[in-house]
Every structure is written in structure tokens, then in C-alpha cells.
Design a protein around this ligand. Structure first.
Ligand code: MG
Length: 454
């Protein structure tokens, strides 16, 4: 063999990667987006072509759940893989963090960002945090190298003299809320111009993807909308049949399209998992500014299906085959799934409630049956096992009907036959009720509650 040819072979061997590149992880969440608010989930009025295409190319879950019925606990659970009771990030009176709250995600909790960062991932959080704004709980102390967004909800920090009903107005005052927009720990704008948030979050995400394309990276893009007060940019305002609510969802859909286009442009779509979901169901009491849970009962704040069953779409072209899954899965599964994809172990000595979805995502294997617990604050209101769901307590999410009802025997619904939870069939299925009671008891005996943070 000629020397030049030998050199070429040696050079080729040296340049070949030793192991497949670690996959990039992108989690995109909407805030208060309902189960029925996307075209691919049956909305007849809101146009979501980019999410519809993502669902057509990826795996769309019919039975995907947020880990809680309101924002703060839901996000704590998504990033830790743990029911919020374990981290103390839930409450019965104060259900989320407020600007005056002293608590937050405890520094000792291990987030997905921390685990991935330690393994060499670039990490960035864009959008709404809502897991605490004091030392120890902030994005930069929970594994994110960069942060651009709001520390809490866009309806907090209301200005004095704000007219009653402004939050749920179709045209809320631009300067009605004094919410700060932050970049890496510094306030860059206050009040944040909310009409520009979706666009600026998107531009920041696309820039991060371009900068970190050599990978691996973890992007947690937590959109502010469609949480009220609702603001859309001029390009989207007044364009949807569903009013300003639909305008913000259509802009969010544009944003998802931009992120996916950036991944394709950089040639990394096939090595990037994108997961889209919502932090809880639609805020139905918002006088026409809340979304739709489709056929599901009630919405945000409740443990009826409409409060916690949300869109869930997984996309990774060439790895995830297009399809629809009826498996029960939830936001706490995302951390174990991402760690498994990165070849990393679960954090040692930590109780994790989620499961690795990889066998389902990549090989179409069904998940083993497991119970799912619907917490409201620190109490289990309901439990799902297979197609069956038992309610031990029920309460409307918000509004005048906040009367707590206890059920013994529990209400029992078959979610396959009755996804709207209308026909209680407990009397005919005592054995199912017993099985679910046993699952709840076993779970409760295993859970060590964290120090309450709310
Ligand atoms: Mg929310």
C-alpha cells in the first residue's frame, strides 16, 4: 500500500467519532394550554400547522398528563421527575409561588438541567421560571447556564389602580403589570413588553441552537402564553377565530415552527428530541380568555381530566416513528427519558416518580401498567390505573364552586368509555376500587414530603 493511502486510512480512523453523539434535548411548554386547543387535538378554530406537522412526524400522546393542576408544582415535577410533594413545591392555600414568596425549589433537588450540565451539556432556560426567585432556587442555581425570561407569572406584580377584570380582558393594558424580564440574573426590562415575549423567546432559542449546534445541549423553552393577560405581536393579533387566546396560541405555534426549522437548518434534527406539552389545563374561569379542554371535564386547578391531561408530542425524525400513543405518560417521565437517552444514570439515592419512555418512543413497546396520582396541593384527589380513574375528593378548579367533596366509596370512571367522566361505575367494580386504593396506600407509605415551600 502506498504511504499516502495508509495516511488517509489513519486520518479517517482518527477523525471517526468514538461513540454516537449525545442527543440534544428540547422541552417546550405552553402555559395553561388546554387539551383541545391544537388542531392535532381537535380544535376547530385555532390554526397550529407547525405543531400539527410535528405531531404527524412524531408521536402524539392521547393520554399525557402534567404532574400537577397548577403551574409551580407542575414545573417543579417536570424538572425533577418527582411528585411536587417530595420537593415541598405544592400547597393547599397558596397553590403557586408569588412575588412575595420566600420559598422555592430547594437547592438540594437535582434538576434535569443539573444532571445534563454535569455530563457536558450546554443548558439554557428561556421563558417562565416560577420555581423561586431567591438564592438557591433561581435558574442559574438549578443547572441552567443561561436564562432569559420571567421569574414568575405574567399576571403577577399588578400595578396599583389596575381596572377590575383587566387580567381577563381581551385587550389588557400594556403597562398593567410590572413583571421583570431578566437575562442571566439581571433585569433588562420592567415592565416586560409582553407583546414581544413570544417573538423574543423564539429568537433567543434559535440563537442558542445555532451557537450550540455542535452539541450536546438542553433547551427548556417555557412559553409565557396562553396564560392571561394575553398579548400577541402585531403579526398575530386579531388573526385567529378564537380571539386573543387563539392569537397567542397561533404565535406559539409559529415559535415551535421556528425552533424546528432551526434544528433542520443546522442539520441536527435527527439527533434532537423535541417534546411539546403544557403545564396544566385551560384556565376556564377567565371569561372567554381561557382555552378549551375539548371533551374533558373542568380545567386548570382541578383534578378532573381537563385540569391535568394536556397535549404531549414527541419528535425526533428518523428515531421516533410517526404515530399516536394511548399509553398513560406524564411530565415526570421526561427527566428519566432524557437521562437514559444521554446514557446517564438516575441521580443516586433520590426517589424518581417518572419512567424512561425510550422503549415506547424508539421501539413502539407498550409501557408497563403503573398508577398515576392526581395531586391537588399535598393531597391525592384521584388515581388512574389502566383505563380506570377513581376520585377520592373532587373540587372545581376555581370560581364560586370551590366546595370540596369527599367520596367514599370513590367515584370510578372508565376513561376509555367515558373520557368526559360523566358516569360513575364504582358500584359495579369493587375489585377495581380496591386495587386503586392499594396503589394509593403503597405510594403514600413511600413518599417522604419535603419542607413546604409555598
Ligand atoms: Mg400554568
Amino acid at each position: 500500500m502506498k504511504a499516502a493511502a495508509r495516511l488517509l486510512i489513519l486520518w479517517t480512523l482518527a477523525a471517526a467519532p468514538l461513540a454516537p453523539a449525545k442527543p440534544n434535548i428540547v422541552i417546550i411548554t405552553a402555559d395553561d394550554l388546554g387539551y383541545g386547543d391544537l388542531g392535532c387535538y381537535g380544535s376547530p378554530v385555532i390554526r397550529t400547522p407547525h405543531l400539527d406537522r410535528m405531531a404527524a412526524e412524531g408521536l402524539r400522546f392521547t393520554d399525557f398528563y402534567s404532574a400537577a393542576e397548577v403551574c409551580t408544582p407542575s414545573r417543579a415535577a417536570l424538572l425533577t421527575g418527582r411528585y411536587p410533594l417530595r420537593s415541598g413545591m405544592c400547597g393547599n392555600e397558596r397553590r403557586v409561588l408569588f412575588p412575595g414568596s420566600k420559598g422555592g425549589l430547594p437547592a438540594g433537588e437535582i434538576t434535569l438541567a443539573e444532571a445534563l450540565k454535569e455530563a457536558g451539556y450546554a443548558t439554557r432556560h428561556i421563558g417562565k421560571w416560577h420555581l423561586g426567585h431567591h438564592s438557591g432556587s433561581r435558574p442559574q442555581e438549578q443547572g441552567f447556564e443561561g436564562f432569559f425570561g420571567l421569574p414568575y407569572s405574567n399576571d403577577m406584580d399588578a400595578r396599583a389602580g389596575l381596572p377590575k377584570g383587566a387580567t381577563a380582558s381581551a385587550d389588557p393594558p400594556r403597562d398593567g403589570w410590572n413583571v421583570p424580564l431578566m437575562r442571566d440574573g439581571e433585569i433588562v426590562e420592567r415592565p416586560a413588553d409582553q407583546t414581544t415575549l413570544t417573538r423574543r423567546y423564539t429568537e433567543d432559542a434559535v440563537k442558542f441552537i445555532a451557537e450550540k449546534k455542535s452539541g450536546p445541549f438542553f433547551l427548556y423553552l417555557a412559553h409565557t402564553f396562553p396564560h392571561v393577560p394575553l398579548f400577541a405581536s402585531p403579526e398575530f393579533k386579531g388573526k385567529s377565530r378564537a380571539g386573543i387566546y387563539g392569537d397567542t396560541v397561533e404565535e406559539l405555534d409559529w415559535s415551535v415552527g421556528q425552533v424546528i426549522a432551526a434544528l433542520r437548518r443546522e442539520g441536527i434534527a435527527g439527533n434532537t428530541l423535541v417534546f411539546f406539552t403544557s403545564d396544566n389545563g385551560p384556565w376556564l374561569v377567565m371569561e372567554g380568555q381561557g382555552g378549551s379542554a375539548g371533551p374533558l371535564r373542568d380545567g386548570k386547578g382541578s383534578t378532573w381530566e381537563g385540569g391535568m391531561r394536556v397535549p404531549g408530542i414527541a419528535w425526533m425524525p428518523g428515531r421516533i416513528a410517526p404515530g399516536v400513543s394511548n399509553s398513560t405518560a406524564h411530565a415526570m417521565d421526561l427527566m428519566p427519558t432524557a437521562l437514559a437517552m444521554a446514557g446517564l444514570p438516575l441521580p443516586a439515592g433520590v426517589a424518581i416518580d417518572g419512567a424512561d419512555l425510550s422503549p415506547l418512543l424508539f421501539d413502539g413497546k407498550p409501557l408497563p401498567e403503573r398508577p398515576f396520582f392526581y395531586y391537588r396541593g399535598d393531597r391525592i384527589f384521584a388515581c388512574r390505573l389502566g383505563e380506570w380513574k377513581a376520585h377520592f375528593q373532587t373540587q372545581a378548579g376555581y370560581g364560586a364552586m370551590q366546595d370540596l367533596q369527599r367520596h367514599d366509596p370513590p367515584l370510578l370512571y372508565h376513561l376509555g368509555h367515558d373520557p368526559s367522566e360523566k358516569r360513575d361505575v364504582a358500584a359495579g367494580h369493587p375489585e377495581i376500587v380496591t386495587k386503586i386504593r392499594d396503589a394509593v396506600k403503597a405510594h403514600q407509605e413511600s413518599v417522604v414530603p419535603g419542607k413546604p415551600q409555598l
